[in-house]
Design a protein. Sequence first.
Length: 293
Amino acid sequence: MPTAIAVTSADLVLPPTDHQTPTAALLHAPDAQPLEAALADMQVLVEQHGYVVALYPASLPPVHERRLHTVRSVLESDRIALLKLDLPPLGVSVLVRQLRQLSVCDFSAGVVASAARLLSHYIYAGALLNTVTRLDRVPVTLRSHAKSWVPGSQFGVLATPEPQLIRIGTDERLTGPAFGTRLVVAKGQLPSDWVTGTLAPAWRVQGVQEAALPAYSPKWWGTPKMIEFAAYLPDVSVLYQLVASVRRENCSWCGLDLIGDRCGFCSAPLVPPENPTRGPGVLTRGTPTPHGS
């Protein structure tokens, strides 16, 4: 059985791109499921799949995050990876689908879990906002804050891989990927065609997909008046080559395979530290360099 991929909200599960991509398991919030049921569900996942990789956004309510750690602690299982991600919620959804795709490949659970850090550097996640006054996850200048109070102002914000903020209507442009991507768009309470009509052509995306706005998105971006977007590598063969090109190591603590400088299951750093590299020709357009993984 493939490694189980789990999420904390059903709206973090994008539709599969093919018939082979499995779905993700749902880890309910404490107010939706008693602890005994959560323990039983996780135990079944571990027994059926061997390993579980759970991904959740940094905006997850603390009580839900504590539940995840409680379940892993009570089960005393080293087969459960809890990956807290700084990606915006829609970016988390994209990464979740990519790991779902890789879970059916010939990668070990340790490699799948540690691949999350590598692949997150190839996700261009951002949003169109009507205000940045409550945006605290991307650097915002005092000048941008002041302009945010001007009626009708809109801002294009890129959270990853490098933070960037522009005001719509100026000559500024968000820096896009130098390789082929598709774009997924989730609309909040902001009527605009800037993302699909201006950003998508400028980034030369290979297609646009619409998705439901994740429940965590308004909190992450500081406003419900937004349109969230994420550009990503859509081809599983490219994802496979990207992960396979990085040298594998053994975790000195738990013994699992890993790529990069940290184990996805026990969080132990690689000793001695190594910088992963990818082989040439992995991406089809341009030669972006990972910021580390």
